[in-house]
Design a protein around this ligand. Structure first.
Ligand SMILES: NC(=O)c1ccc(NCc2ccccc2)nc1
Length: 254
């Protein structure tokens, strides 16, 4: 099938624990999208490329010190196997605390590459020479250490996949997502109307869609101003948003 792209988004994952990926491939909207082939997630396990009788995948660090690194041979072989089937122009992304912080913009930008090969480190990581020669980008979920890159890889697969066309139904559309307009989300309410002696805000029962839209925008701006004012610095405000923030600052003395 030359030139006919089967899936919208293609992920290759290099991991010693391929079973972990079932957490995203077997559940929810991403799981459904995989079943419908709009997403593809393939895994390669370096252990399958180990050449010794013990199938060794770790190796000692030069310079000594605690911990091990991923053994170069099996890792390189697994990476080459993934590259041989990845769509042309795929990017190799290494998940590590030393990487660029993932945010919605980075997730959205990942949609525009043909595929992502996600390299999941274990132990203390991988040989720097492999990073230099094979890794296009290093990404991080944040400033904390996990025992492996798999959870970070799954977060990327989920956050990118849900932005792909056709993955979310119209009633779960990603456009309305809070971080899609880089504001925090407004409060949400569902049945019953009175719950724990608290009522649902009247505007949400009014059926007045313009008033509801306005209220939700005000609530998002209030919440962003209170909890993440930094998000407002890097964002252009519409005329309406700027006016709401003025009111909030006066009213709320934030
Ligand atoms: N913050 C993150 O995104 C992250 C990614 C991976 C990870 N652990 C695996 C690993 C350990 C050391 C060196 C390279 C990879 N921990 C946290």
């Amino acid at each position: 099938l030359i030139g006919i792209r089967i899936s919208e988004v293609w992920f290759g994952v290099i991991t010693l624990f391929p079973e972990m990926l079932k957490s995203v491939t077997d559940f929810g909207v991403v799981g459904k999208a995989i079943k419908q082939s709009s997403i593809e997630v393939c895994t390669w396990n370096p252990r399958d490329y180990a050449t010794d009788n013990y199938r060794t995948v770790d190796d000692r660090p030069y310079g000594g010190g605690p911990g091990m690194l991923m053994k170069v041979g099996p890792l390189e072989a697994a990476l080459n196997a993934a590259k041989s089937v990845a769509p042309a122009g795929s990017k190799v992304v290494y998940l590590s605390p030393q990487g660029r912080r993932l945010d919605q913009a980075l997730a959205r930008s990942a949609l525009s590459v043909p595929g992502l090969i996600l390299l999941c480190g274990r132990y203390e990581g991988i040989d720097e020479r492999l990073i230099e020669d094979e890794v296009d980008e290093e990404w991080s979920l944040g400033d904390f250490v996990l025992s492996g890159g798999e959870i970070a890889a799954m977060a990327i697969i989920d956050s990118v996949s849900r932005l792909a066309p056709g993955v979310l139904g119209h009633n779960e559309s990603a456009e309305q997502d809070s971080f899609e307009n880089s504001l925090l989300d407004c409060p949400h309410y569902t049945r019953p109307e009175i719950y724990r002696d608290k009522r649902v805000p009247e505007v949400l029962l009014s059926g007045n869609h313009e008033k509801i839209r306005r209220w939700r925008l005000e609530q998002s701006l209030l919440r962003t101003l209170q909890r993440r004012p930094d998000l407002l610095e890097q964002r252009e405000l519409s005329e309406e948003e700027a006016q709401i923030i003025q009111e909030l600052r006066r009213g709320q003395l934030i």
